[in-house]
Design a protein around this ligand. Structure first.
Ligand code: MTE
Ligand code: MO
Length: 340
């Protein structure tokens, strides 16, 4: 398949061998041995020792990864045990309609899938990728891999599979507004935000978003000069063409936020999460991106990079060049060289 038909809308390809680590970074340290539990509405509850899962993981499949924060990887060769085979052993009862997956992590991270979708998706309980055992940061020793869904459905450190009658919303789906269907071809990234409109109006008028939960808010075109938005939750927020001179977004979560065409002169993004955020055509003169997370952020339009303005005072860490996808990091290097 040609690359452009294989890449879902709004995604960028990561460099080969440069698999980003997203979300939790390590499993919970626990003394008891790792086992895979299959429980809930099943005729045969199971506790399968890790070694047995590893022995049963004999299927190899090339799978494309699509993260909701806009990076993709083609054809990672996963080795695992088909989830359907694990479930067949446990014999789901007729009332079971959803599958909840729970991680061995300190926050008991979780996600879920409708049982009826499993036939088409054919997930793997994976133990290895590209010929190497999965490392801990990428979900080793045991991780769920769900082809055809955003990667947040691919739970790291899989410990429990529970068959349930009613859906149990996963961690991101519950706390971050991630779409429960998660089909990258239909760009099902987020649910429509449920914001208190009076609160949004008040915050816009006061230009104060500090520590507020405003995911998905629409502030496009607003004059928000000197906005204070420290530590705000602003995933998928819309700031296109807004005036944000001297705005302070330190520590804010701005993953997938839209800043296209915004005036961000002297804005501060220190320590902000900007994974998947877009800045095409923005004015970034004097903006401070120190210690920001920029995995798969878009700074420049590939066909007219000059539309985005940077100057000698625009501050990016060396880490930014590592986190941006290859095309964007090349464009940033070129823009920086043009200034210097
Ligand atoms: N246990 C656990 N699994 C998780 C997450 C997490 O935070 N905890 N994040 C999800 C998200 S949003 C993504 S994109 C992928 C990232 O996997 P990676 O770090 O191997 O790239 O893991 C998914 N599974
Ligand atoms: Mo993700």
């Amino acid at each position: 398949m040609a690359a452009e038909h294989r890449l879902p809308p709004g995604q960028q390809l990561a460099a080969p061998g440069r698999w980003p680590v997203i979300g939790e970074r390590a499993p919970e340290q626990a003394a008891d041995p790792w086992q895979l539990e299959v429980t809930g509405l099943v005729a045969q509850p199971l506790r399968i020792p890790l070694a047995e899962v590893q022995r049963s993981a004999r299927v190899e499949r090339e799978i494309d990864i699509h993260c909701v924060t806009r990076w993709s990887m083609f054809g990672v060769l996963f080795q695992g045990w088909p989830l359907l085979d694990v479930l067949a052993r446990a014999q789901p009862q007729p009332e079971a309609r959803y599958v909840s997956f729970v991680a061995r992590s300190s926050r008991r991270h979780s996600t879920s899938l409708p049982l009826a979708d499993l036939g088409a998706l054919d997930p793997l309980v994976a133990v290895a990728a590209d010929g190497h055992a999965l490392d801990a940061a990428h979900g080793g020793p045991l991780r769920l891999i769900v082809p055809g869904r955003y990667f947040y459905k691919s739970l790291k450190w899989l410990a429990r599979i529970e068959l349930v009658a009613d859906d149990v919303l996963g961690y991101w789906e519950r706390t971050a507004g991630y779409h429960n269907q998660a089909d990258p071809w239909r760009e099902q990234r987020y649910l429509a935000p449920q914001l208190d409109r009076a609160e949004v109006r008040r915050r816009l008028a006061a230009r104060d978003f500090s520590a507020a939960e405003l995911c998905g808010m629409d502030a496009a075109g607003h004059d928000l000069t000197a906005l204070v938005a420290r530590d705000a939750l602003l995933r998928d927020a819309r700031f296109g063409n807004a005036v944000l001179k001297f705005a302070d977004f330190s520590g804010a979560n701005l993953s997938n936020a839209h800043f296209d065409g915004a005036d961000l002169c002297d804005a501060v993004f220190h320590g902000a999460d900007l994974e998947g955020a877009s800045f095409i055509g923005a004015d970034l003169r004097g903006a401070d991106f120190s210690q920001a997370l920029l995995t798969a952020a878009t700074l420049f339009a590939p066909n007219s990079p000059g539309d985005t303005r940077v100057d000698a005072r625009t501050r990016f860490d060396a880490a930014a060049l590592e986190q941006l996808m290859p095309e964007q990091s090349t464009l940033l290097r070129q823009a920086s060289a043009a200034i210097a």
